[in-house]
Unconditional design. Sequence first.
Length: 321
Amino acid sequence: MDRYEASIKLASVPTQLPLNTSFYINATEKPFSVFDGCEQYTEAILFDLTLQIINVIVGIPANLLVIAILIQNRKEPSTSDIFLGCLAFMDAYFGTVPPINFCNLYIWHSKGVWSSIKFAFGVKDTSTPLFLSCICLDRFVAVLFPIAFGQLKHIKYRLGLTVLVLCLTFAYSAAKMVGGLPNFEKVFTGEILATFIWMMVCNASILWALKRSRGAGKDEMHPMKKKAFKVVLSILCIIVFNYLPPVALFPFEDYYTPDVFRCYVQPVGFAFLNISSTIQPLIYLSRLEKVPFLPEAFIKKCSSCTVKDNKTSAPAQKPSA
């Protein structure tokens, strides 16, 4: 069952009719409702919509800031910057969907607009796991196969991989927009399972290799490897938090009733995927030593608050000593 199928049906039904047609309206026809068919499970849909609003308020500015930082650092780019830039752009694009979706549900009722919304959902469903998989692959080769990584460091390889991901994304999104394909939702379930397993194995291998690279008699990790360790660990946290719920729920579709799966299980699973549009850029920004484009006064205020908290907590520890 496709996400928000109830809304697809609603968007295709005109809700404003001329006054002289009221005689032909069936008296039992239900009024327009966002939760049509899901009145018993509105909590899950509201939960998903709330997280999508967070993507609008926080996710769009954060992703635009990530893109600006990557452009500023283009003279000294990281090998994964092209994947990060595409991921941030796709997440910012997806952040524009909720306002359009609300307007279409309550004002426009346009099939064409709903088709574009379904296309955006397809972009989010495909681009995020695939580009995260590309970042994991880049780090995996860099840590475990450094010689091969040096030979494959040219940007043309990453451009080729980016073009492949974009082609797969747009093909999936176009098929989702057209709709009507039998068992099409199985494609997404298989994609999520495959990318989740790959990213977990990849990141676990990287963390294991970085832990072993300390060397005999050394307690401290090399600074560059320590930085790579933090990057991979943050990606692993994103994978577990955002992808584990749908991976754990979607394969068991046959064990739920159709209404429960469509109105409760799917919105909850997609909600964790959708909020990644905010979590991913925030984690990237948190790893930076200094975030550019932010006012110095704001940074100093945050620093002074931190120092003030440390000063107030220090005296409280002295009596206990």
